[in-house]
Design a protein around this ligand. Structure first.
Ligand code: PBG
Length: 324
């Protein structure tokens, strides 16, 4: 008698393992999230995100050149604006000379090939730290969508390749698509944060932008992490409204959702491995409890295996260097 299946035959050595490997990973799969601050020659490390910085525009452009040379072809941009520019309308978000608009222009001037995807949501501009306009303690949907269309068009005018709404208001993808078309920006795409969960994994990001909600939480617009079917509906709705790419967020704890959406929609699926996921790996590695590089690569491969076509990750630069 012998085992009917000797599956180990295909694991005998590295050559055969690489021959039968089902998933491949390259820097082309990555987008790098970047935090931009006002000023010049500013580079401040985010305490809860070792190795990740808030940079002024000059240093951001320098970093983008390095990313391009490493084979990274897309960046997600988040800005930290000063408190005196925040209000409840978010109007600084569509200031044509605002920090985001300047950043988009500067990156496209310096590295024209880099795909620039600015974040579309009001939280960095809101006195309440919410992604929408607030009235009597509620987040207004349709008034916020109007603001997001102005914001998106102003990003397109600055030269953005894609806009990336992360706010979870209803109907925003259709409204943004219409506004872009009407303004002549037919080729500016939409990457929608379609299945974005109300997650505690965003803590370090909110430290980076000083954008934690001033009251309540984000559960009236971001999704309940207990839900699955709702995520599929969100993704299908967004594709129907004109999203070119749909995103799932966070990553590692939500890979079942990634696979389901991948099997359901006919557009590329992006996954955001968020700040808290990054922080956990850094902290455990710092304590010597986990092997940093091995865990980083394992997680990136697993996100890809689950169905991600694109991974937005704070590990992009480190992983690209390791793969060189
Ligand atoms: C805000 C936004 C958040 C993230 C991306 N865009 C935070 C939030 O929704 O509160 C989180 C990303 C991360 O944690 O890395 N619109």
């Amino acid at each position: 008698m012998f085992p009917l299946h000797r599956n180990r035959r295909l694991r005998t050595n590295d050559a055969i393992r690489s021959l039968v490997r089902e998933t491949s990973l390259s820097p082309n799969d990555f987008m790098f999230p970047m935090f931009v601050a006002e000023g010049k020659d500013v580079k401040i490390e985010i305490p809860s995100m070792p190795g990740i910085y808030r940079r002024s525009l000059d240093l951001t452009v320098k970093e983008v050149k390095e990313l391009w040379d490493l084979g990274i072809k897309a960046v997600n941009i988040y800005v930290k604006v000063s408190d005196n520019l925040k209000d409840n309308t978010g109007k600084e978000a569509w200031n044509k000379d605002g920090l985001m608009q300047q950043t988009i222009k500067a990156i496209k001037d310096a590295v024209p090939g880099m795909i620039v995807m600015p974040d579309v949501a009001l939280d960095p501009y809101s006195i309440y730290g919410h992604d929408g306009i607030v009235e009597n303690g509620q987040i207004l949907n349709d008034a916020t969508v109007d603001a997001l269309t102005l914001m998106s068009v102003s990003h397109a005018e600055a030269g953005a390749d894609f806009v990336a709404p992360s706010d979870m208001m209803d109907g925003r993808v259709l409204a943004i698509r219409q506004a872009l078309e009407q303004s002549g920006f037919h080729d500016v795409g939409i990457m929608s944060y379609s299945a974005k969960y109300a997650s505690s994994f965003y803590g370090p990001f909110r430290d980076a932008l000083d954008s934690a909600p001033g009251f309540g939480d984000k559960k009236t617009y971001q999704m309940d992490y207990a839900n699955r079917i709702e995520a599929i509906k969100e993704a299908l709705d967004d594709v129907e409204e004109g999203a070119d790419i749909v995103m799932v967020k966070p990553g590692i704890a939500y890979l079942d959702i990634v696979r389901e959406i991948k099997n359901t929609v006919n557009v590329p699926v992006a996954v955001y491995q968020v700040s808290g996921e990054y922080a956990m790996v850094k902290a455990a590695a710092e304590k010597g409890w986990l092997d940093h590089d091995k865990i980083m690569m394992e997680q990136l491969y697993c996100i890809k295996r689950a169905g991600a076509n694109i991974i937005s990750t704070y590990f992009a630069k480190e992983a690209a260097k390791l793969m060189q």
